[in-house]
Design a protein around this ligand. Structure first.
Ligand code: BDP
Length: 691
C-alpha cells in the first residue's frame, strides 16, 4: 500500500464484519441520474465490494437489506424529519419497509445523500454495528475550505509533498484521475470548497486561459460539492489591463473587478469567491492608496454580490515600518473596522497572532469583532511543526484553539462559537486549512500527515469533535479497526504535537526556526532586515531572563483579550505555563509550578520531547507485524529522521540559550555534543517549500 487511497481503502474486512456489511448493503436503492447520485452510488459500490468481496445490486426498489438513499423529491412520504439538516446534512436510520430491514439515508438534497453515504461507509469500514442506526448530522460551519498555496509554475509555497497537483500547463484539456480522487477524499470528510492558488497570488490566475483551467477543475469537483475559489492579487487591474491605479474607491477599478467577476461566473456559475492577502508581507493592497481593508474588501464584495459570491479577506498583516509588537498588529488594523464590512465579506484570521507556531494562544481578534463574520485559518501543512517527516498530529492543536474561551460574552464564548456564528448570530461562517497536498503518491508527504487533512475536515464539519475521537476514526480507516493497532497508534498521535512543542518551543516560546525555510532551529538569528523576522525578537533572551513581555510593562498585547483573560495573562502565576514566555519575560531562576527553575524546566522539556519521539519509535517497531510493509517502512524511517532532528533541536537550542543564561545544565542532562558555532553553521539552501 502506498497511501494513495488515504482513508478510503475499503480493504476486505474480517468475516464477521464483512457479513454484517453484506447484510445491510446487498442492495443499493439510490434513484437519480445526476452526477452527485452517480458519485454516491459508485462510492457505495466500490466500498461494499472492497469490504465484502461481493458486488451489491443496484435497484430502484427498496428490497430487504437495502441501503435506501432518498430525498423528499424521490420519496415524498419519508418517515423522518429533515428540518435543520440544510443541503449538506443527512439522517441515517434503520427502519422497516413492509417488515423488511432497510437502512435509510435521507437528506433534503443529493449532496446530503453523498455525505450520508460516506458516513455509512466510514462506519462500515471501521467495523461498527450497522443495525439500530439513528444518526443526524449537519455541518456546523458553512464554508469548509482548503487553501492551496500552489503557484502557477507547479511549486507549492510551504509544500512538502511534491509539486502542485494542479497541472496548469495541460489544463483545461487534460483532467487526470487525481482530480476526482481529490474531490472524493474531500467530500468524504465534509470539505466543500478549495482555493486553488497561493495567497501570494499572480495576476495571471485571472486571465481568460487560467479562468478556463479553473473552470475545468470546477467541473470535476462539482458532483462532490466542492466549489472553486481563487486568490487574487490586488494590483491585477494594473498588471493585466494597464489601469493607472488599484485604488478601491476609483470607479474604473471597481468596474474592472465587476467585469472580471462577470467573466468568471460565465465560466464557473457556482464560483465561490475571492481570497485576498493585501498589505501583508510586501503584497499590495488598499492601504497603498490610504484606504482601509474594509474599503478594499467591500469593493470586491460588490463585484461578487450579484453572483452570490463572497470575499475572504485575510487579517494576516504586519508592517515593516510598524515598531509595535507584531502580535498586536492585525487587531490594531481590523478591530476598528468592525461593522464596516459588506455582508458577503468574511475576515480570515489565523489561529494565532504570529504565524502557525507549534503553540500560540488563540488570536485576540476572535471574540473582538462581533459585527463581522470571522473565519479560522489553520495550517495543515506543517511549516513550523517538522514539515513532511515529523509525526506531529495536529488534531490537538485544532481542538485546543477551537475550545479556547474568548470570554467575549462571558464564560463559554469559545473560538468554536465565534466561527460557527452562534456567538454573534452570523450566517456566513467558515474555516480554512492551508493544504498539505501535493503530487506525492500518498498526497500529504507521509501517511501520518494524511491524518491532519482528515482531522481538519472532520473538525470543520463538527468543531466539537475531539482530536482523540478523530484520531481513532482515522487510524481504524487508515490501518485497521483492530484495537491492538488503534490504541498504540492513537496514543502516539495524541502526544506528538506536545512533543514537538517541547523539543522546539517549550513554555510559550515561538518563531525560533531558522530563516526562510523555517526548517530546524535558528534561535540565534538576529541580523535580518526586519526586526520581526529575527528569532531574537521573539524570545528576547538576555542575561536576566527570557520571554516576550506582553503585559503592561511590555507591549501590552494582553489588553487585546477580554478583561478576564487579560487579567489572567497579566500575572505569570495565573498564566497557563504552556504560554508563559509568550506573555512574560522572566528570570532564568523563576520557579515553575514544579518548583524547578525556568532554565531547568526548559531543559527538561527539550529532553522530554526527544524522549517522546524515541517512545514513538519503539511503539511503531512493535506494530511491525500488523502494518503492511510499505507504510511501515516509511513511518519507521520518518520517525528515525524525527528523532535525529528532535535531538538537533534540543542540542542547538540548549547550546544557544545556555550561552546566554550561563547556567549549568540540571543533573542528568547531557551537554550538547557540538559547539554553538557548529549548529549555527548548518545551512539548507535547497530546503523545500521556501518561496
Ligand atoms: C507564513 C509563510 C508564508 C506565507 C504567509 C501567509 O511563511 O510563506 O505567505 O505565512 O500566510 O506562514 O501569507
Amino acid at each position: 500500500e502506498d497511501g494513495y487511497d488515504l482513508w478510503l481503502r475499503y480493504m476486505r474486512a474480517d468475516a464477521a464484519t464483512s457479513a454484517r456489511i453484506a447484510a445491510h448493503g446487498q442492495v443499493i436503492a439510490a434513484p437519480g441520474d445526476s452526477a452527485t447520485m452517480q458519485a454516491a452510488r459508485n462510492e457505495l459500490l466500490r466500498g461494499i465490494t472492497g469490504l465484502t468481496g461481493a458486488t451489491p445490486t443496484l435497484s430502484n426498489i427498496v428490497a430487504p437489506g437495502a441501503l435506501w438513499l432518498a430525498t423528499p423529491r424521490t420519496a415524498p412520504a419519508l418517515p423522518l424529519k429533515l428540518e435543520g439538516l440544510g443541503q449538506e446534512g443527512y439522517a441515517i436510520r434503520s427502519i422497516r419497509v413492509e417488515g423488511k430491514p432497510v437502512t435509510l439515508i435521507a437528506a433534503q438534497g443529493e449532496m446530503g445523500l453523498l455525505h450520508g453515504a460516506f458516513h455509512w461507509l466510514r462506519l462500515a469500514q471501521s467495523g461498527a454495528a450497522l443495525d439500530a442506526m439513528d444518526i443526524r448530522s449537519a455541518p456546523r460551519i458553512g464554508l469548509r475550505l482548503l487553501n492551496h498555496w500552489d503557484n502557477l509554475d507547479g511549486t507549492v509555497e510551504r509544500g512538502y509533498s511534491g509539486s502542485s497537483i494542479w497541472d496548469w500547463w495541460r489544463l483545461p484539456d487534460w483532467k487526470g484521475p487525481r482530480y476526482a480522487d481529490y474531490a472524493r477524499a474531500n467530500a468524504s470528510i465534509g470539505i466543500n470548497g478549495t482555493v486553488l492558488n497561493n495567497v501570494n497570488a499572480k495576476s495571471d490566475s485571472l486571465t481568460a486561459p487560467y479562468i478556463a483551467k479553473a473552470a475545468a477543475l470546477a467541473d470535476v469537483f462539482r458532483p462532490y460539492g466542492i466549489k472553486v475559489y481563487l486568490s487574487v492579487k490586488w494590483t491585477a487591474p494594473m498588471e493585466l489591463d494597464g489601469l493607472k491605479t488599484a485604488d478601491p474607491l476609483d470607479p474604473t477599478v471597481a468596474a474592472w473587478w465587476k467585469a472580471k467577476a462577470d467573466e468568471i461566473y460565465k465560466a464557473i456559475p457556482d464560483f465561490g469567491g475571492f481570497l485576498v492577502k493585501a498589505n501583508s508581507e510586501g503584497q499590495p493592497g488598499p492601504q497603498d492608496y490610504k484606504r482601509t481593508h474594509a474599503d478594499g474588501a467591500n469593493m470586491l464584495a460588490a463585484a461578487m454580490k450579484p453572483h452570490g459570491g463572497i470575499v475572504m479577506w485575510r487579517a494576516f498583516v504586519y508592517a515593516h515600518d510598524n515598531p509595535d509588537d507584531r502580535a498586536k498588529q492585525a487587531y490594531a488594523d481590523f478591530k476598528p473596522l468592525d461593522g464596516q464590512f459588506a455582508d458577503n465579506v468574511i475576515v480570515q484570521v489565523k489561529n494565532g497572532a504570529i504565524d502557525f507556531q507549534p503553540r500560540e494562544p488563540f488570536h485576540p481578534l476572535f471574540g473582538a469583532m462581533s459585527r463581522t463574520p470571522l473565519m479560522m485559518e489553520f495550517q495543515i501543512t506543517k511549516e513550523y511543526l517538522g514539515q513532511s517527516t515529523h509525526l506531529t498530529y495536529l488534531g490537538p492543536l485544532f481542538e485546543e484553539t477551537l475550545k479556547s474561551d474568548t470570554f467575549a460574552k462571558g464564560k463559554g464564548s469559545t473560538v468554536a462559537k465565534v466561527i460557527d456564528g452562534s456567538l454573534d448570530g452570523h450566517r456566513l461562517t467558515g474555516i480554512a486549512g492551508v493544504a498539505n497536498i501535493g503530487t506525492d503518491r500518498d498526497w500529504s508527504g507521509s501517511i501520518f500527515n494524511q491524518a491532519d487533512w482528515y482531522a481538519f475536515g472532520r473538525m470543520a464539519w463538527n468543531p466539537d469533535l475531539t482530536a482523540d475521537a478523530v484520531a481513532r476514526e482515522w487510524t481504524a480507516l487508515t490501518f485497521t479497526p483492530d484495537k491492538a493497532v488503534v490504541e498504540p497508534v492513537v496514543a502516539m498521535m495524541m502526544g506528538s504535537r506536545e512533543a514537538a512543542v517541547d523539543y522546539m518551543t517549550p513554555l510559550g516560546l515561538a518563531h525560533v526556526m531558522d530563516t526562510g525555510h523555517h526548517y530546524g532551529p535558528g534561535p540565534w538569528v538576529s541580523e535580518l532586515a526586519r526586526p520581526e523576522w529575527n528569532p531574537v525578537y521573539y524570545h528576547k533572551a538576555d542575561a536576566t531572563g527570557i520571554g516576550f513581555d506582553r503585559t503592561k510593562s511590555g507591549s501590552n498585547a494582553i489588553a487585546q483579550y477580554a478583561p478576564p483573560l487579560a487579567k489572567r495573562f497579566a500575572d505569570p502565576r495565573t498564566t497557563p505555563e504552556r504560554d508563559l514566555l509568550w506573555f512574560h519575560h522572566l528570570p532564568w531562576g523563576y520557579r515553575l509550578a514544579s518548583g524547578e527553575t525556568l532554565w531547568d524546566g526548559m531543559v527538561h522539556r527539550y529532553d522530554r520531547g526527544v524522549a517522546y519521539v524515541a517512545g514513538m519509535r519503539a511503539t511503531w517497531e512493535g506494530l511491525r507485524p500488523m502494518v503492511d510493509g510499505e507504510r511501515f517502512a516509511q513511518t519507521q524511517t520518518f520517525l528515525a529522521i524525527q528523532q535525529r532532528e528532535a535531538q538537533w533541536w534540543r542540542d542547538a537550542s540548549i547550546a544557544y540559550f545556555q550561552s546566554i543564561a550561563r547556567r549549568p545544565l540540571p543533573a542528568g542532562a547531557a551537554s550538547p555534543p557540538e559547539s554553538l558555532e557548529a549548529y549555527k553553521m548548518r545551512k539548507f539552501p535547497y530546503a523545500p517549500g521556501n518561496p
